[in-house]
Design a protein. Structure first.
Lengths: 620, 345
């Protein structure tokens, strides 16, 4: 994601000169996510902008060497604004035949393959379903190939530390990282410090890993003259001055929720149940007790949301989080929160569906579920985050709407945002406007009405324990004002209308155009994590003088008041999304605009090139 | 129960009644339970505003609407989960869960189990009428084998769950039994409230429309002495006006009934009820009516630390000495500063 100020006149980026995409791929047990994570950190410390894409299997320990056990981590870093993890890698590090086979098709022609030839034995070749060794048969001719026996080189490097074979080979990823650090002219010291900290209790392991790191680095230096390996320096990106850190989406949401609770002056209660890729939010929050956060790992998804509603009823900010299948289980309880008009934040880290689907892959296919997926007329605000940093702000926005309008709010992210990291300019919290909650504590003029309304149509929030305001709430239709059980036809009509009007009336900021003009030939309308590829594609096309604009919707429900007029000011509207056309349907329904879908449901994010192609097609 | 709920003022039964029309079928056992609860609350001495009744779905779950307290009529089977969140948010509230055999043991069995296992401080009143009332008479998880109902016209096949045994198996530290019209129900409720932790009370309740008088064999006033064993802590387990008692068959390791001659229960080997004896509690909840009298009253009562208290303790311990400075949390981890003209490493 970009942290630099977006320059309208940015000319088409030349990825080879100022941005590089590296993909580390290996077996699940090879530590590729860790390697990628540390390389990311070194990119941050080198001042590069970056975006990452961790791509790992659902299996915890898939059988070694198999195609489905390949774990990869892609990073795009550069000296100018980076919006995506990159379309095609420039460099592929393949730790075994399976990693090569599953990842090499995406490698740029002429790109560099670094392969651990020590792992290209008959057994592993067979597991990867190679008939012949691709390192020897010329099938990789369109790329540059660097064969190294990383396994052996690592074993040699750590020999003095007397580790067993297995432990010694675990240092392979550090050897590889050392080579990568050399390739991109990076400082090793932060990694050395990190390893010393990580293995503080096992100094031998720390020393062995550092030796492997240094050996990989030294190998780069000495081998430079011999082959395709070249050192490549990427200058720091011109970013706004300030303090930066790396941030994943899960961190962004956890921190944003804490910030939201503080701005609302409420304790937070988080009820969760482990599910990929949402669990990380529970993990982060459970370490933040001093921020008045109580976390509760419930017995199931239903108990997780119900406990959160119970806590909201008690006067805390109730929050629950899950992914699609878990969200489905929570549906009935969401209806109760709508009926009893209690604040609640529901975070959905979307993944590929339906059913169990693709637990570790990304998708945006829960938009219908978020907007429509409950029994009865059950309107609920929906907000979507576009990036890890944006997730922080979206979480605050979700809290604000929940407490000001006494309603559950769904916050959508996806597996890509949840796991990916980006540099984040640490915000100054004093710039955020507080929205402290005022509980009703005594009988107001005119008497206490549990379902009386303020100017936002929100009912009062009363904490049990408050004398004089005793009342009962529940899921049966409420009587207007009193909240008593009431089945009368006119009352149900009135209450249904009130619930709808309340949500429709939520004030959300007007929709802006991210890039390009308001009105013109073509609007590319996106939401969520497709921001990066859409933004880059629109920027490139505009650099080619194409009349195209990028509109990115945060408030999925209710939609911004000006959105209909804005969309109608374009001749054409295309909607790229990682589903079969869900936002497209909503836009068509709401505005009768001829929005055209651009869909991808492969479990992988859009590439910039795919969006560019869609723009070209639309402008034909 | 709750330590913070004693109040300076006294309340009467009227203070606990709402202005809402009670909508159970005429003659339903729920009326008697409602009155027993409303009568017991002033004696317990808690404040209505600190009291919350939470229910799921079913006939019994309408209960909160009739109590002049805070009340939450939630969704089917999930009352324990709402209660858990509420009590964790505010441990000072006195929380009562009202559920039934379908709500608490069928659709919500999972939550009932986990609430008991965690030992959340609350009272769980499970109204057991062995039938689905609100959905018009289908058999329930506690219905006896052979129960004919709209969904089992040829009789139910599956074996019933035993609520008290289920609760004890889930780790309950308080298990009691009573029935709707019993004069002793208030005493059972008071004991449940006095127990700090999850207090499970199975209340046999007569559904006069769909399962009429199914408990009459032990609940009928006539001959009740012979069919009800009211347990009292420290007292011998006697019934039938002291002429019969419960003893341990030491060889077979199960309970047996014995005759008591001339009041000499010791000679007959009758057990003295110790509410903290978990092994005996396991035998009492398994005691089959017919062969034995129905065991009623407090079967087991042995408190241990409660879930919400432990959570608050851990939260406080983890937060100790730390300041909630979010701005500094945002800066945590590896950060870098960018100045005009490039990064400062």
């Amino acid at each position: 994601m970009a942290t630099a100020v977006v320059d309208e006149a940015d000319k088409r980026q030349s990825p080879l000169s100022d941005a590089v995409v590296v993909r580390f791929a290996g077996d699940s047990g090879d530590g590729m996510q860790l390697t990628g994570g540390q390389f990311t950190l070194s990119s941050a410390l080198a001042g590069n902008d970056f975006a990452t894409f961790p791509d790992f299997p659902a299996e915890i320990r898939a059988p070694q060497g198999t195609l489905f056990g390949v774990s990869a981590f892609q990073i795009n870093f550069g000296s100018s604004a980076i919006d995506t993890a990159g379309d095609a890698p420039d460099v592929l590090v393949a730790m075994n035949p399976a990693a090569l086979k599953t990842n090499v098709p995406q490698l740029k022609p002429g790109g560099l393959i670094i392969a651990d030839e020590g792992e290209f034995n008959d057994r592993n070749l067979a597991k990867a379903k190679y008939d012949a060794n691709p390192l020897d048969d010329g099938s990789l001719a369109k790329w540059q190939l660097l064969k190294l026996n990383i396994s052996q080189l690592t074993m040699d490097a750590v020999k003095p530390f007397g580790l067993g074979n297995k432990e010694a080979l675990r240092c392979k990823n550090m050897w590889t990282l050392g080579l990568a650090l050399w390739m991109f002219d990076r400082d090793r010291q932060p990694l050395v410090d990190w390893l010393n900290g990580k293995f503080a209790k096992a100094p031998d392991l720390a020393a062995a890993n550092i030796a492997a790191l240094n050996a990989g680095h030294a190998y780069g230096e000495t081998a430079e003259l011999a082959g395709p390996l070249k050192q490549h320096h990427v200058d720091p990106a011109p970013v706004a001055p300030g303090l930066y850190r790396t941030l994943t989406g899960a961190e962004g949401i956890a921190l944003g929720l804490v910030a939201g609770a503080q701005l609302a002056k409420l304790p937070m209660f988080f009820g969760g149940y482990p599910i990929t890729p949402a669990s990380a939010i529970l993990h982060h929050l459970s370490r933040l007790k001093e921020y008045d956060v109580t976390t509760f790992q419930a017995e199931d998804e239903i108990a997780a949301i119900c406990s959160a509603i119970g806590a909201s009823y008690g006067g805390a900010l109730g929050v629950t989080s899950s992914s699609g299948p878990g969200i489905a289980l929570k549906g009935e309880a969401m209806g109760l929160a709508i009926m009893t008009e209690l604040p609640l934040v529901i975070v959905n880290s979307q993944r590929g569906g339906p059913s169990t689907g693709l637990p570790t892959k990304t998708e945006q296919s829960d938009l219908y579920q978020a907007v429509y997926g409950r029994n009865g007329d059950a309107p609920m605000p929906v907000i979507s985050a576009r990036s890890p940093g944006d997730a922080f702000d979206c979480a605050i926005e979700a809290v604000r709407i929940a407490v000001q309008y006494m309603t559950p709010v769904m916050l959508l992210t996806d597996g890509y945002i949840a796991n990916a990291a980006e540099p984040w300019a640490v915000p100054d919290l004093t710039t955020y406007e507080a929205f402290p909650v005022e509980f009703l504590t005594e009988v107001p003029d005119g008497g206490f009405k549990p379902y009386g309304r303020d100017d936002k149509l929100a009912r009062p929030w009363v904490k049990p324990g408050t004398p004089g305001l005793l009342h009962r709430i529940g899921g049966i239709e409420k009587e207007v004002d009193t909240g008593h059980i009431n089945y009368a036809p006119g009352n149900h009509q009135a209450m249904t209308d009130i619930r709808k009007d309340k949500i429709d009336g939520i004030k959300v900021p007007d929709q802006i155009v991210e890039l390009g003009a308001e009105g013109g030939k073509l609007a590319v309308v996106g939401w969520g994590s497709t921001f990066g590829p859409i933004h880059q594609a629109v920027r490139r096309k505009r650099a080619e003088s194409q009349d195209v604009s990028h509109v990115h919707i945060r408030h999925i429900w209710p939609l911004p008041a000006n959105l209909g007029e804005l969309l109608k000011s374009f001749d054409k509207v295309i909607v790229p999304e990682m589903n079969t056309g869900q936002l497209k349907t909503v836009l068509r329904d709401q505005y009768l605009v001829d929005a055209k879908p651009v869909n991808k449901v492969s479990g992988q994010p859009f590439t910039i090139a795919e969006i560019e192609a869609a723009i070209e097609e639309a402008l034909k | 129960m709750n330590e913070m709920t004693t109040i300076g003022r006294t309340t009467t039964l009227k203070d606990w009644e709402t202005d809402q029309e009670v909508r159970w079928c005429p003659g339903c056992g729920d009326y008697a339970i409602l009155k027993a609860v409303q009568r017991t609350m002033p004696e317990i001495g808690t404040a209505p505003e600190n009291t919350v009744f939470i229910s799921g779905i079913g006939c019994s779950s309408r209960f909160p609407y009739y109590m002049e307290t805070y009340g939450f009529h939630t969704i089917h089977g999930r009352a324990p989960a709402f209660a858990t969140g509420l009590k964790l948010a505010n441990p000072n509230l006195d929380v009562w869960i009202v559920t039934g055999d379908g709500d608490g043991l069928s659709i919500g069995g999972n939550h009932t189990m986990h609430l008991i296992r965690r030992n959340l401080d609350c009272q769980i009143m499970l109204f057991n009428n062995e039938i689905y009332g609100l959905t018009k008479g289908q058999y329930s998880p506690t219905s006896r084998v052979g129960t004919t109902s709209p969904s089992t016209p040829y009789g139910s096949i599956d074996r019933p769950a035993q609520p008290a045994a289920f609760a004890l198996g889930a780790g309950a530290r308080f298990v009691a039994r009573g029935f709707d019209v019993s004069k002793k129900l208030p005493e059972v409720l008071k004991a449940a409230h006095a127990h700090k932790g999850a207090a499970f009370i199975e209340i046999f309740q007569n559904c006069i429309v769909y399962n009429k008088d199914v408990f009459e064999d032990f609940a009928a006033p006539k001959g009740a002495e012979d069919r009800q064993l009211w347990l009292e802590n420290g007292e011998p387990m006697l019934y039938a006006k002291g002429t019969k008692g419960i003893a341990l068959d030491a060889e077979a390791l199960h309970l047996k009934t014995v005759d008591v001659v001339d009041g000499d229960w010791q000679a007959a080997g009758v057990i003295v009820h110790d509410v903290t004896n978990r092994s005996v509690a396991h035998m009492l909840v398994e005691m089959r009516f017919g062969e034995f009298p129905m065991a009623l009253g407090v079967l087991y009562d042995d408190p241990r630390p409660t879930f919400e208290a432990d959570v608050w303790r851990q939260n406080a311990a983890a937060a100790e000495g730390k300041t909630a400075d979010l701005q500094s949390l945002l800066k945590k981890g590896q950060t870098w500063t960018v100045v005009e003209g490039g990064p400062d490493l």
